[in-house]
Structure formats: C-alpha cells, structure tokens
Design a binder for this molecule. Structure first.
Ligand SMILES: Nc1ncnc2c1ncn2[C@@H]1O[C@H](COP(=O)(O)OP(=O)(O)OP(=O)(O)O)[C@@H](O)[C@H]1O
Length: 360
C-alpha cells in the first residue's frame, strides 16, 4: 500500500468555500483521524479522497497514481478504496456473506475464491456464525464489522471511515474502537477516520488532523496535540484546554523557560526556537492547576462538580477574576466560596503568530 499525498486541495459549493488549501501526507499503513467541529469540512474531504466529490484545485495521489487533480478524476470504484459509513450501507436483502461476497462477484472472481475469501474475512472480524443472517438481525456493532469485512475482502489498502461509531451506544463504542485497532493491525491497511469525538480520535490514531473552517489547524500525534498545540483553536479544542496571558516570558532554548502567571513565577514549556517576549499566552489543561499548601496564587472556588475520581473545580483567578477549571483528586476538603492557593504545574507557551507568519 502506498502513501497518500493530498496537496493544496480547494473545494467550494457555490460561494461556500469548504476545503481551503488542504495538504496532508499520510504514510502507508498509518491510522489517521480527522477531527473537527461540525461543518468544518471533514466529510467533504473524505468524499474527495473517495472520489465522490471532484476537487476545484490541488491534487490527491496514492503512491504514484494521480486520483484527482489536473483535469483528472478517477471514479470511486477504480480507486481501490474501502468506505465504511455510519449508516453501514449494507444490502438489506442479502445475508452477511452475500454482502461481503457481492463486491468480489462484481470484480469477476469465481465462486470458489469468493466463498473462500468471504469465509476468511468473516473469521477475521469474528462473524463466522452470523454468515447466514440478514443485516436487520444484527446489532449496530455487528453491521459495522460486516462493512469492515467488505473492505478486507476487497483488499482495500485504504479504508475511509465516516463517523462509524456515531449510531452506537457508549458500551459498543468502546468495543468497536478495539475492533478498529485490531482491524488496522491485522490488515495493515491505511485508515482515514473522520470523527468529531476527540476521545475516539486520540485513542485510535497514530496522527490526528485537526480541522477548522476548511483548513488543517495541526496534524500531529495525539500527545503532541495535547501537550504542544500549534494555535488557540487546537489548544482549546483538545482536552478541555484553557489559555491564559503570561508576562516576562524567558525561554532558555532547551524547550523550557520561565514566565509570570498572574504575577507568580512559573516554569513553562515552549518551542526551543521561541524568543523572549514581554507578553505571551500559555495553554494548559485542568489537571495542570494544583492546589498548593505552601503559597501560590490566590483563587476563589466558584463551583465544584463531582466527576467520580476527580472534582472539577471552577476558579476565579487574578485581579480580573478570570475563570479557569482545575481537576482535584477526589475526595478533597474544599467548598464553594473558599479562598485557596494554586500553582500552574505545566503549561505550553503558544507560538507567536507574528513569528510564524514571518517564517513562512
Ligand atoms: N453538496 C453540498 N452542497 C452545498 N454545501 C455543502 C454540500 N456538502 C457539504 N456542504 C457544506 O459544506 C460544509 C462542510 O460540510 P461537511 O459535511 O464536509 O462538514 P463536516 O465537518 O463533515 O460536518 P459534520 O461533522 O456536521 O458532519 C457545510 O457548511 C455544509 O453545509
């Protein structure tokens, strides 16, 4: 299976620009999730990759083959791409094995090979005993597995999944996440997984492309998105991130530095290339604020929400009473209205947008 190169793809519907200069290099066998708020263009990108949607500009390649771009548009059925939609798209009148074998028949495979291959992929996805059932007699998760089996049978080196878990209950979602991970491992296929659920994206993907208003905001590993967001959108979208102003930022060129957080000196992380700045902004998560017994910043507890193993605490901080959220391990002896001292244990200094612009 070859790598996928999506280069500066634009797509508009009438006057609405939906994809704006999308570029993504996806490695062979990689599990990539595309994550973003509703309407940001995720499905349109998937449809462009699958060949259901012609693009206005740019190109899409698999290996050396140009699929879309420069006056060329390869038809969906000729792209060798498997697609799993949330609505499953199974034939209701066919059995499970009929659904899996159908594509093979169209491909011109003889009966013997069809049956053999169908039996093999049904075993891979654990559906052998359901081979004779019709889709109506299957659970949502089982239908998903039929759709996956179909991709496997067709030897799809690239599998596109559009919100495949959206119709499933929470329990089944967990099981199917494992199923997708297993499928990825055993098939070696490249996976392109669209979702607006970040826990799904972060749990499954090698790299996540965060989309915002038709652009890629950041394309990075889950841990990099979480701990080194490239901009405000990613910082606040991932992991309940928050942003606060800092002053007197002094980086030390090793990826760390010091700054003043509401006047208190804190240690922060930044890009090693970051320059000193009189004012900057720091991104952090609710778990990065800690209650302190030995001094720190004065804060007032505004609200406490019980979340099982943690308490989610809403605080107001600093002279302007900024609102922030902090996680406190439960149980804890704190109450609404209480004055407490907090410290910022970890934070990431957001890159300077002006410096970014200058470097491009
Ligand atoms: N065929 C179409 N004609 C006109 N506008 C369209 C068409 N398809 C999508 N759009 C518009 O393009 C934008 C992006 O839609 P898209 O379905 O790609 O977003 P999405 O990120 O997948 O959203 P969601 O998570 O809600 O499914 C939306 O504003 C949508 O209304």
């Amino acid at each position: 299976m070859s790598a996928i190169e999506i280069e500066t793809v634009d797509k508009s519907f009438g006057k609405t620009s939906v994809l704006r200069g999308i570029s993504l290099s996806i490695r062979s066998g990689e599990f990539v999730a595309v994550l973003g708020p509703s309407g940001c263009g995720k499905t349109t990108l998937l449809r462009a990759l699958a060949g259901f949607e012609p693009i206005d500009r740019g190109s899409i390649r698999i290996g050396d083959t140009l699929l879309s771009g420069k006056g060329r548009h390869v038809a969906p059925e000729e792209r060798g791409i498997g697609v799993v939609f949330q609505s499953y798209a199974l034939w209701p009148h066919m059995t499970v094995s009929g659904n899996v074998a159908y594509g093979l028949k169209i491909k011109g495979l003889g009966r013997g090979e069809r049956e053999q291959r169908t039996a093999r992929v049904l075993e891979t996805v654990g559906l052998t005993e359901f081979a004779g059932r019709r889709p109506a007699a299957l659970s949502g998760g089982q239908r998903q597995r039929v759709a996956l089996a179909r991709c496997l049978a067709m030897d799809a080196g690239l599998v596109l999944l559009d919100e495949p878990l959206a119709n499933l209950d929470v329990h089944l979602r967990g099981e199917m996440e494992e199923e997708f991970a297993r499928f990825h491992k055993t098939s070696g296929a490249t996976m392109f997984y669209i979702t607006h659920d970040q826990s799904e994206a972060l749990a499954l993907a090698d790299r996540v492309a965060v989309m915002d208003k038709g652009r890629i905001s950041q394309f990075a590993s889950p841990s990099e998105l979480y701990s080194q967001p490239a901009n405000d959108m990613v910082a606040t979208f991932i992991g309940e991130g928050q942003i606060a102003p800092i002053t007197d930022f002094q980086p030390d060129r090793s990826g760390y530095g010091f700054a003043r957080f509401f006047g208190e000196q804190v240690r922060v992380r930044s890009r090693p290339s970051a320059e000193p700045r009189a004012t900057a902004r720091v991104a952090f998560h609710p778990g990065d604020l800690k209650l302190s017994e030995t001094g720190g910043l004065g804060a007032t507890i505004r609200r406490i929400t019980y979340r099982g193993d943690i308490l989610r605490v809403e605080l107001s901080l600093g002279p302007d009473e900024h609102t922030f959220f902090m996680n406190v391990p439960a149980p804890a002896r704190i109450e609404t209205g209480q004055r407490v001292a907090v410290t910022l244990a970890d934070g990431w200094v957001l890159p300077d947008p002006k410096a970014e612009e200058a470097s491009h």
